[in-house]
Ligand binder design. Sequence first.
Ligand code: GLA
Length: 685
Amino acid sequence: MTALEIAMAGCLAFGHPTGNYYEAITTHSGLQVIHADGAVTLRLREERRERREEPGATLDIISLKDEYYPFEVVRHVRVWNDCAAVETWAEIRHSEPGPVRLVRADSFAAPVAATSDVVRVLSLTGTAKNEANVSRSSVGNGQTVELVSRAGTRNAWEANAAMMVEFGDDVGEERGKVLGVALEWPGNSCRRVRRNWDGSRTEVFAGVDMTTGPYTLDPGVTFTTPKAILVWSENGRGEVSRTYHRWARRHLMPHGYDLHPVLLNSWEGSYFSFTERTLLDMMDGVKEMGGEMFVLDDGWFGRGKFARDEKNKAKAGLGDWCVNKAKLPHGLGWLADEAERRGLKFGLWVEPEMANTNSWLYEEHPDRILSEAGRPPICGRGKSQVVLDFCNPAVRDNLFGQLDAVYAEIPSLAYVKWDCNANIWNPGSPYLAADRQPNLWYDYAKGYLELLKRFRAKRPRVMVQACASGGGRMDFGSLRYADEFWPSDCTDPYRRIFIQWGCSQFYPASAMACHVTASPNHQTKRETPLKYRFDVAMTGRLGFELHPKDMTAEEIAFAKAAVADYKRIRPVVQRGDLYRLVSPYEKPLAALMYASEAKDAAAVFALGLKIDGGRTETLKLRGLDTDARYSVREINCGGRLHLVGGARFIASVTGRDLMERGLDITLFGEYDSAVFEICKNEQSR
Ligand code: GLA
């Protein structure tokens, strides 16, 4: 079986081609509509099928039309030549005399032929500062497991838009049948896995969530479902993850193979309390440690009584995108020049979708805000945060103009952190007509993507970080335009091991921003060694979020060496294949490795959790060339060496040995960790 076969089966099941309405209900079709005349049936017949060769891919287009109503579904299935991920989506349109209501319009809906007694669903769930917990449950006969997220914005928290369906009891990292289903969508979404009464049939669905009300589709308008990305593997979850990572780097992310810089973000180092001097000191500090970019986080904007300053903190200013001259008298362009003078790039935090009720924007243009007529607004952060009406193109245009003027002040702008710190708690759009209010959820998400796309088109080289109070926007929809995520506001390395483990199930390491922060950790108060904080952060895109002035000379020296080590292994971490070796859900440590596609380099991480005393573990490596010879060197050493026997360097060992016999390592006590750099020896055969 292949992902393509599964996708094509979807084409047939989609819209229940038999036209039997009873069957349509009982098989839970992925498409359900209410026609302009109130009828609820569909009898779709295939009209046309076309195959188009695209650069690097083949696209099948299948047009289905209703026998009676002028209603059409055009299914798309794209297969990439260089990676086993299949994209599938549908366009829905009609020319009925009035609007049609879409009760359900999934991106993908299909029976999956893999027979097995056990079907499990793996998904990611969580909340603020506790994202991407891996959750697994089995689907019993006659049961449906449903994963729904309805926050409007921070949807990756409750139910991340990706899941794996495991067939059989023997599924592991490197074995077993697994179907990956991910949506390229930041909006409300729903995935379902359903088994019939005797378990002989498993159906899988994924699409936009419509339980907040049907989508009203006018004649002549096309509703495009988000893309579903399917990956099928008979070799376990690891292969599914690696395929998603490759697909994302090659075919989704704007610059999937660019190396991401080591940066310092100002947030945890200063929060809202900074002057120009604070920021210059931070720049000096990160430069000294080998960093490459400085990012100014929240607190730089707003004016007058609504300035986002130390007094107002998060209570004011969102929506007024002009630099706060009282705080930064020389402006943003000057700051970016100061960064450039130090050889650093410059990045800026923004929160485009939001306003505070304490803002000039809210005072002057309340009609730009999502709100429910007659009800006082439910406000989020700072008891004053509300969401702009991104369904309204004029609101988006205005915002684009405001932010563009800010960016224009910073010709060297290299990075934008796009944050989003509220859900849609007031689901009313002043722009949409009364009978179109349920369209808000889909139209909002489209509006967000449209703005990101516009930003990209105008500033193609500027990196974007998708952040939503941490990992609320960890989805492939955002990653089409963004370069990375901020997976969590929790920067405690112990908790990050789990969060990053979850993230790695679908999203590539280069997109996983991981920052070394102060100890005790600001969120959990946990104290951990600096080495541990580095080792955990080095498994993704390394950065800092602290004030370097608070570090001792020894810590700075350690950090300098760690950054140099990271830069050496960065290509393999950010572009390599991930192999998860030991799960933190099963043992008191996590072990993982990245191996280059050419199998000539690798980096191995062993990250201890609460280890009592010491623990020896054999790490059987993966992804190497069996017959090649490699050297193994422990890097980022903080005193103790971790290879059993005490060596720091092994000059020559075969890939076979590393994979079959493995590396014996010991972790000493809690929060201990080790990193190994593996290089293929020249003339190694
Ligand atoms: C959110 C983000 C943080 C930081 C703050 C700033 O919580 O997730 O990283 O940017 O906002 O207010």
